[in-house]
Design a protein around this ligand. Structure first.
Ligand SMILES: *Cc1c(COP(=O)(O)O)cnc(C)c1O
Length: 418
């Protein structure tokens, strides 16, 4: 048996694989919950053949589910034709994808002059956004504002924008100038600009904070943020890495009236769902100023936007449009939130989120136990801190699959609190 076949066959038990994992991989993630070997649609199977309904989709990534034939077809066709070329060259897939991203990143299409830079991840997209902010206004604009609860990635620049102390502190000093303001607090935002507003290079926001528990900016906040950044000549940077690419039922979370209120940002970061599971990210400079802050030679990447990653993203966008999946996201998301809230279970405080980016708020700190019980009964969900469960299922999740989870949820909650 070759090493290649062992990655797909189930001859070894979970425990054997766990031991090999512990002996070979850095312990940054803790022990893996399961060793997974196969997926199809909204299901995945572990090394012992147990099936799970995947309600997390690789953390809001696998929008088309697993092993979608259009996606795998596009990837293998591109890889079998031309796989990688470096950015000394360009490919039709990359150019076409950049045009498609410009079509969908701003409601109604990005304004003239807007441009895309492709990366391999959300972190790299935010790292590029950080560099855009530094280039904007030069040394006189030495302040960058972000929000408490923010998650923007783990590289040194992205980490400087991220708020959580346990992520940041072991790596200080981080690139300077970043201040974290209380979440959704307009007065705090105004105060931050009232004193030294001309020194702010950028305000960085997630329209819906993902890692902080799936919380949307309050209505009016983003519109006010646009106004105040414009008034002070600062960039408005939106991190749509988790909330973008259709996850909330619109291409971008800020396209929802009650979140974005018609706002056009200066910079948008994308990744997660962009490639439907193939690694690719993007930072978009909206309008000519933001699009030209980085001049030739000031940024780069070997892999970013390579032909295969671009083909994957093009195929993902194509299927979302062809199969009208944005409408499906809205429908299935509303169904899940309504049915879960309607359970009337004493552990469910309510739900948050938009489309298929959902948090189930719990009345007790049992989220990790709920996630464990769910896994034991064939459901992949994610504990967001002690008292919230995140659901970010594939857009192809069927009504029947969603209903099955809702029907089983009370028993999972009971088991977790027992
Ligand atoms: C996941 C995430 C990132 C980081 O993306 P990676 O692809 O993990 O590097 C950045 N911002 C937000 C909002 C995210 O959810």
């Amino acid at each position: 048996m070759s090493d290649l076949t062992t990655t797909t066959a189930g001859e070894l038990s979970q425990a054997d694989w766990q031991a090999r994992y512990a002996g070979a991989l850095m312990n940054t993630f803790g022990p893996p919950q399961r060793i997974l070997v196969r997926g199809e649609g909204a299901y995945v199977w572990d090394a012992e053949g147990t099936r799970y309904l995947d309600l997390l989709a690789g953390i809001a990534v696998n929008s088309l589910g697993h092993a979608h034939p259009t996606l795998t077809g596009a990837i293998s066709a591109q890889l079998g034709t031309l796989g990688h070329i470096s950015n000394f060259f360009a490919s039709p897939t990359q150019i076409t994808l950049a045009e498609r991203v410009l079509d969908i990143v701003v409601d109604g299409g990005a304004p003239e002059g807007s441009r895309v830079f492709f990366t391999n991840s959300g972190t790299e997209a935010m790292e590029a956004a950080f560099k855009l902010a530094r280039r904007h206004g030069g040394p006189e604009r030495d302040r960058i504002l972000a929000l408490e609860g923010a998650f923007h990635g783990r590289s040194m620049g992205a980490l400087a924008l991220t708020h959580k102390a346990t992520y940041r502190e072991p790596f200080e000093p981080l690139p300077g100038g970043v201040e974290h303001l209380p979440f959704g607090d307009l007065r705090a935002l105004e105060a931050a600009f009232a004193d030294g507003g001309e020194r702010v290079a950028a305000l960085v926001l997630e329209p819906i904070q993902g890692e902080a528990g799936v919380r949307a900016l309050p209505p009016g906040y983003l519109a006010a943020a646009r106004e105040i950044t414009s008034a002070h000549g600062a960039l408005l940077v939106l991190d749509e890495v988790q909330s973008g690419m259709g996850r909330t039922g619109k291409w971008m979370a800020h396209h929802h009236d009650h979140i974005g209120g018609g706002v056009v940002p200066d910079v948008v970061a994308l990744a997660k769902g962009l490639g439907g599971g193939f690694p690719i990210g993007a930072v978009v400079g909206i309008g000519e100023h933001a699009a030209t802050l980085l001049s030739p030679g000031q940024h780069g990447t070997t892999f970013g936007g390579n032909p295969v990653a671009s083909a994957a993203a093009l195929a993902t966008i194509h299927v979302i449009e062809r199969d009208e999946l944005l409408a499906a996201v809205t429908r299935t998301g509303a169904f899940l939130r309504e049915k879960i809230a309607g359970l009337g279970h004493e552990l469910v405080a309510g739900t948050r989120g938009e489309g298929l980016l959902i948090a189930i708020a719990l009345t007790a700190p049992v989220a990790p136990a709920v996630a464990r019980a769910a896994l034991a009964h064939g459901y992949i969900v994610n504990a967001l801190g002690p008292d919230a469960i995140r659901l970010a299922p594939p857009f192809v999740l069927t009504r029947a699959q969603a209903a099955q989870f809702v029907a089983d949820l009370p028993a999972l909650l009971d088991e977790a609190s027992a």
